[in-house]
Structures are given as C-alpha cells and as structure tokens.
Design a protein around this ligand. Structure first.
Ligand SMILES: Nc1ncnc2c1ncn2[C@@H]1O[C@H](COP(=O)(O)OP(=O)(O)O)[C@@H](O)[C@H]1O
Ligand SMILES: [Mg+2]
Length: 266
C-alpha cells in the first residue's frame, strides 16, 4: 500500500483533567475521501486542531506526507500541502466571493503582507491566483456567485466559499470541519458530490468531519472513522460501519431518522 498522506498515531489531548482525545490512531491514503464522525463533544475538532498544529497534543504523533508534523507550527504544516477549514465560517462580509477567495485563509501563512501593501500592482502571480479563484468556483459549480457580496450569501453558500478558500493553494490534503452543518439538504448533497468529484479528478485526499451518521453513510466516502468519547470506535467502509454492532448500539435511535442536518432530501 502506498504511504498515507496523513498518519495519526496514539494521539492524545488533555485539557486539565478532561481527556478530549484518547490515544487515537488512523490513516488517510492518497486520493482517499474519508469521513470523521461522532457525536458532539467526542473530540473531532480537537483532533483536527492537533493535526493542524493549532493545539499541541499531550502525546502521540502526527505525520503529514510522511513527515513528522508533531512539533510543527500551523504554517509549516500548511507548507507541506495541507489546508483545513474551521467549524465556524467567517468570511469578509463586505467583500465579494472572488475577493474572499483571494485572501489567504485565517490562521494560515501569508508570505509577504507588507510587500503586498507597498506593491499593489497586478503581477503575473496575482493573475494566476485570480484565474485559480474562478477555476475553484467552477469546480464547486458556483461561478455565478463570483461577484456577490459575502453578506448576501446563505449559510450554506458561505460554507461553500470557505471550502473554495481552502482549495486556493492547491492542497494535496484537505481537512474540512463540519462543512455541511446547518446547510440545507440539496446544497449539502451538492457539496459532498463536488468533493467526491474533486477527489476523483485531482487525486487529493479529503478528511471531512460530520456528526450526522445517517447522512455520511450515503455520501460515497471511501472510509469512515467513527469516534465516541475521545476514542476510535471503528474504522471501515460505509457498509462495514452500517453493520457494526458497537456503532449501531452507540447510535441507536440516531440512524435512520435523524433529519436535522438536511441529508434527507434527494
Ligand atoms: N480549548 C479547549 N479547552 C478546554 N476544553 C476543550 C477545548 N476544546 C475542546 N474542549 C473539550 O473537549 C471535548 C471535545 O471537544 P471537540 O473536539 O470540540 O468535540 P467535537 O468537535 O467532536 O464536537 C469537549 O468536551 C470540549 O468541551
Ligand atoms: Mg467540532
């Protein structure tokens, strides 16, 4: 098997007396579309924060593209070809969609901000960035939104633009934190369909957090990592997860009729 693009080994994160992530291990392979699922508060975002270097883990190892990223800063990890989104989207409301795509993502590395202010003329690199921004909107099938103000967008459309921003740097590994939470059914399905297509066409790897089990089981992800109370309950294909007794017991009552996230519409 080819080398994983993300390898998490015995990752542990304690907040004082609270163990939010308990010795979690899993991998994401090249060109894989993987779901990370589990109830609210089970440690999904904390896992992302440790992987992306925003939190220092208590113990354990994270390797990105085969490099030990356990002690790296967020910008160093990003430079390996990794981007993430955050659970709570914040766009520049008074800027257009295309302008939002041209702003480097929050908490991530801006190479030469002073130079950009002192030398604001269009250069070939900036033209290429603009072309890339339009290409990203095409990939997400929303080219018509380019010149809308971010303040005019629905919550779901804002999430989509946030995903677009994360794709601007051509990452090889993309981590998305609940990109469809609160997004209406048809748009949530469209987001997953587009991500599947992007993974298949470009060969990038995507790890996506979702807390609605019923929804993720139907979205064509390759594998699902199931967390519960800081631990990994199982890792498997959607079919394996669907028929796993421990998962069924943990989610009894949730599978089959949960509709709050809007995955119910076709
Ligand atoms: N910065 C923090 N300080 C203290 N506790 C935290 C912090 N971040 C998360 N937690 C706690 O860790 C647990 C896991 O949270 P989180 O990773 O956000 O869960 P999820 O993303 O699965 O909903 C929760 O009990 C949460 O309250
Ligand atoms: Mg979370």
């Amino acid at each position: 098997m080819s080398e994983p693009v993300l390898k998490v080994e015995n990752l542990r994160k304690e907040f004082g007396g609270l163990v939010a992530v308990k010795d979690v291990s899993f991998e994401v392979g090249p060109g894989e579309f993987v779901g990370l699922i589990g109830p609210n508060g089970c440690g999904k975002s904390t896992t992302f924060n440790c992987i992306s270097g925003l939190l220092q883990q208590t113990s354990g190892k994270v390797a990105v593209f085969g490099e030990d990223a356990s002690e790296m800063r967020p910008d160093e990890i990003q430079n390996l070809g990794f981007t993430r989104t955050f659970q709570h989207t914040r766009l520049w409301r008074q800027m257009t969609v295309i302008e939002n795509l041209l702003v480097p993502p929050r908490q991530q590395f801006q190479p030469q901000p002073l130079k950009a202010i002192l030398w604001p003329f269009t250069r070939p690199a900036e033209e290429a960035r603009l072309a890339r921004a339009y290409e990203v909107l095409d990939q997400l099938e929303v080219p018509h939104m380019a010149h809308n103000l971010a303040s005019e967008l629905s919550g779901g459309q804002s999430k989509l633009v946030d995903i677009g921003r994360s794709m601007m740097g051509d990452p090889q590994l993309l981590l998305l934190d609940e990109p469809v939470a609160g997004v209406a059914g048809p748009l949530a399905l469209k987001i997953f369909n587009n991500l599947r297509k992007i993974v298949d066409e470009t060969g990038i790897s995507v790890l996506i957090i979702e807390h609605n089990m019923d929804f993720i089981l139907r979205q064509g992800v390759d594998r699902i990592v199931v967390m519960k109370e800081g631990e990994i309950l199982m890792v498997g294909t959607p079919d394996e997860v669907r028929s796993n007794r421990a998962v069924i017991e943990a989610y009894l009552g949730a599978v089959g009729d949960e509709s709050e996230e809007g995955g119910e519409e076709e």
